[in-house]
Design a protein around this ligand. Sequence first.
Ligand code: SF4
Ligand code: SF4
Ligand code: SF4
Length: 242
Amino acid sequence: MSQYALVIDLDKCVGCHACAVNCKAWNTGGQYGPLTDKAPYGARPEGVWFNRVQTYEVGKFPNTEVVYLPKSCMHCKDAPCVKVCPTSASYKRREDGIVLINYDDCIGCKYCSWACPYGVREFDTYDGVMKKCTLCVDRIYNDNLPADERKPACVLACPTKARIFGDIDDPSTDAFKLIRERMGYKLLPEAATEPSNYYLPKRKYKIQLNMDDILVRKHLKVETEVKVLPFTGTIAEDIASP
Ligand code: SF4
Ligand code: SF4
Ligand code: SF4
């Protein structure tokens, strides 16, 4: 039995949102796209987004760094959204571990979105049913696509290759190897849902400040502008791992 999932390298993610936009593009595209947003790319592109990129600033000024955290359904092995669904519309596939929703059986009660600790279920107000990331199940098995394009749309769009798709239980996959080599971790393990998506920790770089420059600027009362010298490249410790 496989468990397909995403492995996201926080050290490579630059927060460009290409993954989120291409996810939206693929899932609103064509007659059979699962999203029904009326103006997905308009002036206020709210609506349903399966993948969102959150931004955090960590550290203390001036030694701060920004962490970008892309987040979508974790395809939990013990998925509470599946357990609470009164109609069994939410289900986890045995063959590949993908958690899906049968829209025909969904009554829009939203129990599943309350049960999900990651806040990644999205209610489609036009269709009146719950939706979420499907790991692009309509791409990864699609024989009409070239073999190297049978991947989730977000993975194909990422310019830094920060997103790796694969079977996290198969030792031959890059996903399996990277989780072990880079000490990949899960979000909110305390929720006990056994999420399948992993994150590779962001590393902390030592930033060397030009102290003369800081002192001069303080004297001139320009205290918020600090010249930062190039990174030394010294990797000290993870800053985004729990
Ligand atoms: S992340 Fe949320 S929606 Fe996805 S399987 Fe887990 S509990 Fe369900
Ligand atoms: S909103 Fe739909 S998928 Fe979610 S619990 Fe209710 S019936 Fe199940
Ligand atoms: S496309 Fe890649 S680099 Fe851009 S936000 Fe998504 S994961 Fe990060």
